[in-house]
Design a protein around this ligand. Sequence first.
Ligand code: MF3
Ligand code: CO
Ligand code: CO
Length: 260
Amino acid sequence: MIYLKTPEEINLVREASVLVSRTLGEVARWIAPGVTTLKLDTIAREFIRDNGGRPACLGYEGFPGTLCIEVNETVVHGFPSNYTLREGDIVGIDTVVELNGFMGDTCYTFPVGDIDPKVMDLCKTTKESLYVGIDACRPGKRIGDIANAIQTFCEHKGYSVVREMCGHGIGRSMHESPEVPNYGRRGIGPVIRNGMCLCIEPMINMGSRNIVIERDGWTCRTKDRKPSAHYEHTFAVINDSVEILTTFDYVEEALKDRFI
Ligand code: MF3
Ligand code: CO
Ligand code: CO
């Protein structure tokens, strides 16, 4: 069942999306060699609560953190821990905020200091593929058109697409119908309509697409332990066009202040 949202409901998803975007911007200021991912988690949790939101990942099906932490070969759903970030790492940070009953979901993969240019290209391509997917999303098109656009773009650059996890609808729940895969055939899947709120979140690997789940039952990493990148936006289909509700502006502003 796909819930189509009213403009008022989309406004509430937008407000949650702004807060989750500001949260990643706050976390961005702290990312540096020597910082633990648990420290980042505390900063995010306090920032969300100080701004009237609820950290929606915390306790979700037993997940132990506010942030999903994705260091290097971790694809998704890593736990915040006493791991200390090191120069050359990449760290994906994925989180969801609930505000006034609605959710916003976003993810950004950060370089920690100077990183291998090949890994930077993986991150850049993954971020671009998110916008390629959003560009392929128009009312009347189908979910498969988004999926195929992302897959084609990433595979042409020599990267592989994780298939076990998908984007999704979002609203009062973090995960609603439809699933939004990052691979597949054009012209299949649900028709895109006004009122849909969706998350696109490509998870793209440097090596093979295969993944394994660690024994904690959550942490998903590449089988070959090569790096993986992940970016995510929440957006709405409204007035026959697409409006991106989350933004990387806060993150990119914070990174600019830090590194230039
Ligand atoms: N934010 C993730 C997503 O993009 C889901 C987080 S799972 C949780 O769908 F357990 F951490 F909440
Ligand atoms: Co997410
Ligand atoms: Co998501």
